[in-house]
Design a protein around this ligand. Structure first.
Ligand SMILES: NC(=[NH2+])NCCC[C@H](N)C(=O)O
Length: 411
């Protein structure tokens, strides 16, 4: 690997991407905890894995090197000292156990192989897995039925959200939901400890420390100089301002951050569920995020030069994008076309969550027939993937990809 990470657009030809093949974590989903684990249904594991393999093959066919989070983590965990340190820090950061339970869970974890540690922290550790723990605490005596000491990371196949590559730097994101809070620690470990990355990443931004959420599904790298970030159900205005000011002060290639205000709902949980870039001058959009006159609140943030930020409110998203991206016109392709039922149905299964493999070449879910037809009519090359099970987690091709290397775009 020469250049390990570099992303200056949403659309530059994809060269390297990190994904996660859904696995045992989904076998620990059960109806009682589905909502808490952010699922609407339980995918059938062999089928979702098959679909995910098709997705991975299409990424390779498009010329990308596909890295699996599991492999990268296991390579780090092969070193005994790293493994012990990882297990301790994982439990310390994310689980408020009583001292004796902490010790027992830690000893269970550290007895595992590298593969076993990855499996345990991602699929979860069941109370029944650790028989040595005596029931001496009030919570145990009350017979709580919650089955886990360590929760399954059911959303791990959405590798987009827990971190983002911006230029040659990485933002380790702060997740809004408890069910996803541990995910950034895995990528943080990879970037800090894996030999392919540890000395090659210019800067890691640790967003967890200031307590305001920001998630990768909301961060769109529109160009080397311009980011769009959704103010959404998952990403807070404070999180956006914090990242913008860190970038302006210490990564000055970024000149503008535009915050786009979204309705706070589960269907629109991230900006990329309603708005994605598919070419230099083309975006997929869910029409419902725009008001009757096509208006939406957009806040343009720029550095003042003295460490301060100026924020200007606009309501014309197209006009603002044309100005900032230096193009004369921008086309918005409406998810589901003009019909409001089709739009809502296709958006629910990620019709607007398009993933660009290269300028004008995108990957989508096959079920979103109307949106796919409109994308083709607009001249795009559309690669469709099967999604009967993948879409049950409420995320599409963009959510399932964490691009770390893309060619720069030249217009
Ligand atoms: N970038 C995205 N839109 N990710 C979608 C993640 C879906 C996941 N079930 C969650 O609720 O967090």
């Amino acid at each position: 690997m020469t250049e390990a990470i570099h992303v200056t657009s949403e659309i530059g030809a994809l060269k390297r991407v990190i994904i996660h093949r859904p696995d045992g974590e989904l076998e620990n989903l059960m109806p009682d905890y589905m909502e808490r684990l952010l699922f609407d249904d339980i995918p059938y594991l062999p089928a979702i894995q098959k679909e995910h393999d098709v997705f991975a093959d299409e990424l390779r066919k498009a010329g990308a090197e596909v890295l699996y989070l599991r492999d990268l983590m296991i390579e780090v965990l092969r070193d005994q000292n790293q493994r012990t340190a990882f297990c301790k820090e994982f439990l310390r950061r994310y689980y408020a156990f009583e001292h004796d339970i902490f010790q027992e869970v830690l000893s269970y974890l550290t007895q595992q192989t590298p593969e076993g540690v990855f499996k345990a922290v991602t699929s979860g550790i069941l109370k029944k897995d650790i028989r040595t723990i005596k029931k001496t605490h009030l919570a145990d005596m009350l017979g709580t039925t919650y089955p886990f000491y360590v929760d399954p990371m059911t959303n791990l196949y959405f590798t987009r959200d827990s971190q983002s590559v911006i230029g040659n730097t990485v933002s380790i994101n702060a997740m809004d939901q408890r069910a996803r809070s541990c995910e950034p620690f895995l990528m943080e470990t990879v970037f800090q400890k894996h030999p392919s990355f540890s000395s090659k990443v210019e800067r890691l931004w640790m967003n967890r420390d200031h307590g305001h959420s920001i998630e990768g599904g909301d961060i769109l790298v529109l160009s080397a100089e311009v980011l769009a970030i959704g103010v959404s159900a998952r990403t807070s205005p404070q999180g956006i301002e914090h990242l913008a000011s860190a970038l302006f002060n210490e990564h000055p290639t970024v000149k503008k951050v535009i915050a786009i205000e979204l309705p706070k709902s589960r269907a629109f949980m991230h900006l990329d569920t309603v708005f994605t870039m598919v070419d230099h001058d083309m975006f997929t959009i869910h029409p419902l995020i725009l008001g009757p006159r096509g208006d939406i609140n957009v806040f343009v943030m720029s550095p003042e030069g003295n460490g301060e930020i100026t924020i200007k409110r606009e309501t014309d998203l197209k006009g603002t994008l044309c100005k900032l991206l230096g193009v004369s016109n921008i086309a918005f392709i409406p998810c589901g076309g003009g019909d409001h039922i089709t739009a809502a149905r296709e958006q629910w299964s990620d019709g607007a969550n398009t993933f660009a493999l290269a300028p004008g070449k995108v990957m989508t879910y096959e079920r979103n027939a109307t949106t796919n037809r409109l994308l083709r009519e607009a001249g795009l090359d559309v690669v469709e993937i099967p999604d009967s099970e993948l879409s049950r987690g409420r995320g599409g091709p963009r959510c399932m990809t964490f691009p770390i290397l893309r060619d720069d775009v030249t217009c």
